[in-house]
Write a protein that binds this ligand. Structure first.
Ligand SMILES: [Fe+2]
Ligand SMILES: [Fe+2]
Length: 333
């Protein structure tokens, strides 16, 4: 008889408990947003703000808009935390109780710094209309998201494995764009956030790997199901003031794609990476249905590549306008 999801989650607990100190950093020695932003309690702080504003002005609009979209995505952390907190076998109330609960709280604590840091940089940059950004953040948390996870830990860890890598790619590419524009501080902080995402991806890939080891067929079905539905983006409902859910996300996708920060090819590369990491093609002794799922999965990257090559969108250079860039012309500085 197959184990239930809850039995598998409980079975993995001792392993997860052992891994937590390796996968997460001690909050007291970990980096904090203050390490990357001017200290306004010092005289030098205001000078640093001016330098920050000068470097931020050099970043091209499209890249800056992706940065804002990334910040909004990070700020909707309460939604993502709730996805994991409500999974079977995860109990987040208080003391460790379950290793899964401890993981979720520790992960949230680390993720929380990402939105804080990007928010602070953008606020200090003077380049965005913060009120419009804040409305967009609140709209996104209000609207939630649809991952197709079905409250299932197997599907959820496929999703989070994928998303941590996708977020890493985005932060890294914004960091590169910042460096090319001479925005050294922005480069450093986005690189640091990307480092966290990399470590988190390692964790979620490991969780799914363990599930694959103990409940192989069901894990493969979950992976297949998520790939058939396609991995949605956590900020899929992003909308500015007055817009419909998803309207702003579609604009965000355009600028992310045409800057090369996040493209359909990244989607395929992440899929290939996960398939290789989990050695999906090498799994043997599967049931007939699971072997079919394996075949489907192994053929997927090539199919995607062909589709992307064929239906490549023609990007134009027209400005994509976001309300959050709607600020009065700066006074002479
Ligand atoms: Fe993050
Ligand atoms: Fe993340």
């Amino acid at each position: 008889m197959r184990p239930s999801r809850l039995e598998v989650m409980k079975h993995l607990e001792p392993f997860i408990a052992d891994q937590i100190p390796v996968l997460l950093r001690d909050p007291e020695t970990n980096w904090q947003p203050s390490d990357f932003t001017p200290d306004l309690a010092t005289d030098a702080g205001m000078e640093e703000v001016r330098a920050l504003q000068a470097e931020a002005r050099e970043v091209p609009d499209d890249i800056f808009n992706v940065l804002v979209g990334d910040m909004i995505t990070e700020e909707a952390l309460p939604t993502y935390a709730s996805w994991i907190a409500t999974l079977e076998g995860v109990d987040v109330s208080g003391e460790p109780r379950t290793a899964w609960g401890a993981w979720n709280r520790g992960w949230c604590g680390e993720e929380n710094r990402h939105g804080d840091l990007l928010n602070r940089y953008l606020y200090l940059s003077g380049r965005v209309n913060m009120r419009e950004v804040e409305v967009t953040v609140q709209n996104l948390i209000h609207d939630g998201g649809d991952t197709g996870n079905e409250n299932d830990p197997y599907r959820t860890f496929v999703y989070t494995s994928f998303q941590e890598i996708a977020t890493r790619v985005s932060h890294l590419n914004v960091a590169k764009g910042a460096l090319n524009s001479g925005a050294e501080r922005l480069h450093q902080l986005c690189s640091r956030i990307a480092g966290d995402e990399h470590r988190h991806a390692r964790a979620y890939k490991l969780f799914f790997q363990k599930i694959l080891e103990v409940d192989t067929d069901e894990a493969l079905f979950a992976l297949q199901d998520m790939m058939k539905k396609k991995i949605t983006m956590p900020a899929m409902y992003m909308r500015e003031r007055g817009a419909d859910p998803g309207d702003t996300f579609r604009k965000f996708e355009v600028v992310a794609r045409r800057t090369g920060i996040n493209t359909p090819y990244d989607y395929v590369e992440i899929l290939e990476h996960l398939m290789a990491d989990w050695k999906i093609a090498d799994i043997s002794n599967l049931s007939g249905a699971a072997a079919k799922a394996q075949d489907y999965l192994c053929g997927l990257p090539d199919r995607y590549r062909k589709i992307i090559d064929r239906f490549k969108p023609v990007e134009d250079d027209d400005p994509v306008v976001f309300k959050w860039m709607d600020i009065p012309a700066p006074a002479s500085r």
